[in-house]
Ligand binder design. Structure first.
Ligand code: FAD
Length: 457
């Protein structure tokens, strides 16, 4: 096998029904762990340092719409769908107008930004056999498809998710599914066909949804409902470090720079070396009429060679309903920025950041006026860097936890799954859920019973 693949991002021993756990941190990782434990009848307490649950995730209600402070949505998965149904939350799917995902090239938006010669190089690259292993996404992209595709497509796509450049990102760590596919062969299409066959044999769960989902009042509804469901189990305003005694079973879901203090020696050093990237998101509400050339869609990604500071723009109010109060007149956009070596946006004022984005939006869409409302979120430690070093360290950490610290687990956005979907799926592997009966299913079942009775009569 070319690439080692983590079995589960819940590092350490699997959960044990007979133990009592202390979960450190009530971010989405800690709350979802609590949810699955409560359903499975495992006893636990969640310790949260601050006075609110949700960690990075929170939706802010502005006068004219919603501003998400971190995640805007999550990719559909059975675990969150069932959790939402159980908590009485309704999932919302993107509007039809949101189907266009654009890449910017020469300041214009394209669904497909490649020229004919670049397309030929893309097709050719798919059939080239590679016996070597790729350490970074940049190596994979450039060797497999050439510079143009790496720079025009992979760089902006990964900057939008991981906040990092493809030269910094581990190929098997951040493109785990593709790396796993290459474990089945050294030609991508053949390996894809082989791995698809294996997947469909493995996955007998039937049809599910797909694409990005959220909730009517923002993604923060999930953590609010989870915190309500777990209210008897959460202890707020308490530092989890005081529970670090040999007889306690800990699941540390706080970030690596907090988790490091629970250990000494090599595990401490590995966690201390996890790098977090500063990322800033700003949500703007504009009048629709202030744009000369806006295209409806999901959003656009901006390659670095466009020389615009903005990494990407999400067209919130095109994607989901209820993102602006006045849907006829207003539009909501979220723009992303990351600190660069020569420019530290984290040191700038909100107004300076607003002006930078408005200038970029003017270049792209002919924006002619200031927003009617905006909110800037600056995160010095936003996203863990999925570097080749971190990827290798997942296996070392797992080994140390299982052998030297069997009472401790590490779980969070730096342990193998950066997105909410991946975290939910990791937990779901330990606790396969029973199908939840929705209201529609109950009505259907009742109708079926009545019709069977009628037929019997
Ligand atoms: C700008 C941005 C956009 C994103 N977009 C998306 C997206 O669209 N889709 C998606 O799926 N993901 C997205 N993500 C990623 C996702 O939001 C995060 O990975 C996820 O919210 C992290 O959750 P967590 O529980 O691991 O960590 P956190 O949210 O950091 O939670 C950790 C918790 O631990 C607590 N804590 C810290 N120290 C202690 C202590 N000593 N004792 C007790 N408690 C402690 C903290 O107060 C906090 O509540 C985005 C992230 C960012 C920053």
């Amino acid at each position: 096998m070319k690439y080692r693949i983590l079995e589960n991002s819940f590092l350490g021993n699997p959960p044990d029904k007979d133990k009592t756990y202390i979960i450190i941190g009530a971010g989405v990782a800690g709350l979802m762990t609590g949810y699955f434990f409560k359903k499975a009848g495992i006893s636990f307490k969640i310790i949260e340092k601050t006075d609110r649950a949700g960690g990075l995730l929170q939706s802010h209600q502005l006068k004219n719409g919603i501003a998400e402070q971190a995640a805007n949505g999550f990719l559909w998965n059975r675990e969150i769908e069932q959790m939402a149904q159980d908590l009485g939350l309704e999932l919302i799917t993107p509007n039809k107008e949101a189907s266009g995902r654009f890449l910017v090239r020469d300041r214009e938006l394209f669904r497909y930004p490649l020229s004919m010669s670049e397309t030929l190089s893309l097709i050719g690259g798919l059939f080239v056999a590679h016996n070597n292993t790729f350490e970074t996404i940049e190596e994979f992209g450039k060797k497999q498809f050439g510079d143009a595709i790496a720079n025009q497509m992979l760089e902006p796509a990964f900057a939008g998710i991981y906040g990092a450049s493809i030269s910094q990102l581990s190929f098997p760590g951040a493109m785990t599914k593709v790396a796993n596919v290459l474990n089945s062969g050294n030609r991508l299409p053949m390996a894809l066909i082989r791995s698809r066959g294996e997947r469909s044999r493995e996955d007998s769960t039937g049809k599910g949804g797909s694409g990005t989902h959220s909730f009517k009042n923002g993604i923060g509804e999930l953590t609010i409902k989870l915190a309500e469901y777990l209210k008897e189990n959460i202890l707020y305003n308490t530092d989890g470090l005081q529970f670090n005694t040999p007889d306690n079973h800990l699941i540390i879901t706080a970030p690596a720079y907090v988790a490091k203090d629970f250990f000494t020696g090599e595990v401490h050093d590995i966690l201390n070396a996890v790098q977090y990237l500063p990322l800033h998101t700003s949500t703007f509400i504009f009048k629709k009429s202030d744009f000369k050339t806006f295209k409806e869609g999901f959003g656009c990604l901006i390659p670095r060679n466009e020389d615009l500071p903005t990494l990407g723009v999400l067209f919130n109010s095109c994607i989901f309903p209820n993102r602006v109060v006045d849907e006829e007149e207003h539009i909501s956009l979220t723009c992303m920025l990351r600190d660069e070596e020569d420019v530290l946006y984290s040191k700038m004022t909100d107004e300076e950041i607003k002006d930078i984005h408005c200038s970029d939006l003017n270049e792209l869409f002919g924006l002619e006026a200031a927003p009617i409302e905006y909110k800037v979120f600056k995160w010095e430690n936003a996203i863990p860097l999925y570097s080749p070093e971190l990827y290798n360290n997942w296996f070392t950490l797992n080994y140390f936890l299982k052998n030297k610290y069997p009472n401790i687990n590490l779980f969070g956005n730096y342990t193998g799954e950066i997105a909410i979907r991946g975290m939910a799926q990791s937990l779901g592997k330990f606790f396969p859920q029973k199908k939840v009966e929705t209201d529609v299913m109950v009505v259907e079942k009742e109708n079926l019973i009545t019709s069977v009775k009628n037929e019997e009569e």
